[in-house]
Design a protein around this ligand. Structure first.
Ligand code: FAD
Ligand code: SF4
Ligand code: SF4
Length: 492
């Protein structure tokens, strides 16, 4: 067994209160990390990873695998790691997942691959995500990142991908690996979609995104940046004038939603996307080294209950503000991952739950306070969650010089509305077959948040994968080789 670590040989921390059976991953102390943008968990050592891998029972029927939208061969990669070969383990994952270091960090594993894990029936499931992260980082850090690349013969077919988020990048990689010529058109100056502009660097370091995108480019995928489809070309022009044989639309759902309360036009009110894009993509936290500034705020109120709200609250803390998070229901109804909630509390975010903003109060055009009202939970509504009901005469003000609205997003209408004969649902999302991504327009496929609404990185990747299979069939391309089934070693 090697003792090479990907976190510099850190000592094993105490078991976590949240997951007492799991080998804990070392992380920065809460007080220290609240003042920097470095990644919070610092990663397993080889020894820790192998110890955690040894909790896997190598189940014959592998119930964890269907829990993963891209069906990572979980049992096999963990077996290879346990046997001391993390590079073979990383290559095994890459048979179905081109972004393992990203997924190992941001997938909601507790609801996906780890939910059906049999070890979890009597304790905590195997930390599949942490192990995936470990082997992917190990391969990157040990210079074996290109080992699995073998470029296929060209099919002569051209595919345009719109959007370089997880859906588009996955479809692009899978189509390039079959031999199709793939061009990705991306509106921004950098790839990754939400991975680049939304998820903060303390959860997903830039180097991890860059390195996994670099791998996709090495498959021959060409990415055109600053290319806004619907303005530069329409989908119809890509097909009729530029000669693309098929298109995949993966433009996400990035249009911010607001709370529609008085005072939202004041200076100091941000959508979550504006705050996060300034800080993550434009690197405002490194101003003046980078051009985009961000106004320092002393007291920030964040509205929301999901991962995006946690990201905004933790980002604002790191920019030096005191942060209050308000949400109209209780903690039980919050949609953020439990780890994110826990990290935000540890770092000092003040949670005021059952509290709803009713007005942003200003002075000289700038935010001065947020007026909120206390709520209580009534009968369940259509979503099955108990309805928040305002408590009369319970309003009060929270002093603030910034208000960040993190209550979700909707579809950007540019591509849907500029494409002829593309059927949409009543909210403007593209109607696509859930198993192939086929739209109402022959040769045009779609997947990810532009079809489902805001979801997860791995569901967007799963949609990109399914669409790549369907696009290849549409183009009459070669069927990818199916690996011979391996001999079963497990007994559980
Ligand atoms: P996106 O990631 O949105 O990518 C779409 C891309 O298309 C973007 O790069 C955009 O610039 C480009 N584009 C848009 N319009 C055009 C156009 N007209 N022409 C060319 N390009 C265009 N999910 C998780 O699983 N775990 C998490 O921890 C998590 N945290 C999140 C935190 C935040 C702050 C946010 C906002 C989301 C988070 N999500 C998380 C959700 C997840 O990131 C998304 O579900 C996922 O990124 C969707 O992938 P996508 O490829 O469909 O779209
Ligand atoms: Fe689990 Fe995500 Fe890895 Fe799939 S890609 S095995 S859901 S961590
Ligand atoms: Fe999958 Fe079984 Fe291992 Fe859990 S114990 S990760 S279900 S093979």
């Amino acid at each position: 067994m090697s003792d090479v670590s990907n976190n510099g040989g850190a000592a094993k921390p105490k078991p976590s209160k949240l997951n007492p059976n799991v080998v804990p991953m070392p992380e920065q102390d809460a007080k220290v990390r609240a003042g920097n943008f470095d990644e919070v968990p610092t990663g397993y050592t080889m020894e820790m990873a192998q110890e955690e891998a040894s909790r896997c029972l190598q189940c014959k029927n592998e119930p964890c695998r269907p829990g993963c939208p891209v069906e990572v061969p979980i049992k096999d990669f963990i077996g290879l790691l346990r046997d001391g070969d993390p590079i073979a383990a990383a290559n095994k994952i890459k048979e179905t997942n081109n972004l393992p270091a990203i997924c190992g960090r941001v997938c909601p594993q507790e609801e996906q691959c780890q939910a059906p894990c049999v070890v979890g029936k009597k304790g905590d499931p195997v930390s599949i995500g942490a192990l995936e992260r470990f082997v992917a980082d190990y391969q990157r850090d040990h210079g074996d990142h290109d080992a699995a690349i073998e470029l296929p013969e060209s099919t002569g077919k051209k595919v345009a991908i719109i959007g370089a988020g997880p859906a588009g990048l996955t479809a692009a990689a899978d189509l390039a690996m079959i031999g199709h010529s793939v061009t990705v058109y991306e509106a921004l100056h950098a790839p990754g979609g939400v991975l680049a502009y939304g998820i903060p660097r303390f959860r997903l370091p830039q180097a991890v995104v860059d390195s996994e995108v670099e791998m996709i480019k090495k498959l021959g995928v060409n990415i055109e940046y600053n290319a806004v489809i619907g303005k530069l070309f329409t989908i119809d022009e890509l097909v009729d004038e530029l000669g693309f044989d098929a298109c995949f639309i993966g433009t996400g759902a990035g249009l911010p939603a607001f709370a529609n309360i008085p005072g939202e036009n004041l200076n100091g009110v941000y959508s979550a996307n504006e705050l996060l894009t300034r800080v993550n993509l434009m690197k405002a936290y490194q101003f003046p080294e980078f051009d985009t500034p961000i106004k320092p705020h002393n007291k920030v109120v964040v509205l929301g209950a999901g991962n995006t709200a946690m990201d905004c609250a933790r980002t604002s803390l790191r920019l030096g503000a005191e942060v209050t998070l308000v949400y109209r229901r209780s903690e039980a109804e919050m949609t953020a991952r439990i780890d994110e909630l826990h990290h935000a509390k540890e770092e000092g975010v003040d949670f005021q739950l059952l509290t709803n903003p009713v007005e942003v109060i200003g002075e000289d055009g700038w935010v001065k306070a947020v007026k909120v009202q206390k709520m209580e939970l009534g009968e369940p509504d259509d979503s099955g969650r108990r309805r928040p009901v305002p408590i009369p005469d319970s309003e009060y003000e929270i002093e603030a010089d910034a208000f960040v609205v993190a209550i979700g997003t909707s579809v950007n209408p540019l591509v849907p509305n500029s494409t002829k004969n593309l059927d949409l649902n009543k909210w403007g999302y593209i109607l696509a077959d859930p198993s192939t991504g086929a739209t109402s327009k022959p040769g045009v496929y779609a997947g990810g948040d532009i079809v489902t609404g805001a979801a997860t990185v791995i569901t967007a990747m799963g949609a990109g994968k399914d669409a790549a299979v369907a696009i290849n069939r549409y183009l009459g391309g070669p069927e990818p080789e199916v690996a011979e089934p391996e001999e079963e070693v497990g007994t559980a």
